[in-house]
Write a protein that binds this ligand. Sequence first.
Ligand code: IYR
Length: 255
Amino acid sequence: KVDFKPWVDQDLQDNTEITAKEDESDDWDGSHEEEGLAHVPYSPQRYPEKTMLERSRDFYSVMNQRRSVRFISPEPVPREVIDNVIHTAGTAPSGAHTEPWTFVVVSAPDMKHKIRLIVEEEEEMNYRQRMGDKWVQDLAKLKTNWIKDYLDIAPYLILIFKQTFGILPNGKKKTHYYNEISVSISCGILLAALQNVGLVTVTSTPLNCGPQLRLLLQRPANEKLLMLLPVGFPASDATVPDLNRKPVTDIAVYI
Ligand code: IYR
């Protein structure tokens, strides 16, 4: 039996993928514009040990309250808060400081609905066919399915695209090293920034929806959908599965 991994093989697949042959073209930029980049002093805040302990506990406490929430309130969220959390996500480190991310923020109800239609159509096929029995059974405890009300209801949908390469003003391509891990780190920071302001989301990676959503949102072919985050306040009757996290002794190894 062939080892088929739909979440790898299809999740981020995009038929508009630039082929390896095209990559070998001479469209790539060969210059090194920032060779002369200055290095400047850096001395960020240093805290006394007691403060460090306090801050480490407090931040853990805030983050330990984060849950993936699928029941989101339609209550509006200030636009400036969204601007700020995205600005924060953009502080992530990236390969060769290429900042290979695009955050598409959707609040228009008709656009949210178009996204819902695409996602639900693909997710129904995912649950019924592509994911297979084992995957569907592994998720049963989460009580998820292909119906995604939150895509209409959440005041904001943030779609995070990774730029597989950049395009310079001279039209040449710029290598975006480690673009997937860079954008994934920025998504992690975005989740923390949302948690910090009391907003909720669920990290959804809608299998097989990338190409259609990219076209709907008129993003260029070098961008691939990495994650879709519905964002808002939790619904007053929101529930979450009663999950527990591993103890630190099970996740850390000190050598
Ligand atoms: N993307 C589907 C299925 C799904 C997959 C995993 I892995 C989850 O942790 C949860 C759901 C969905 O959003 O329903």
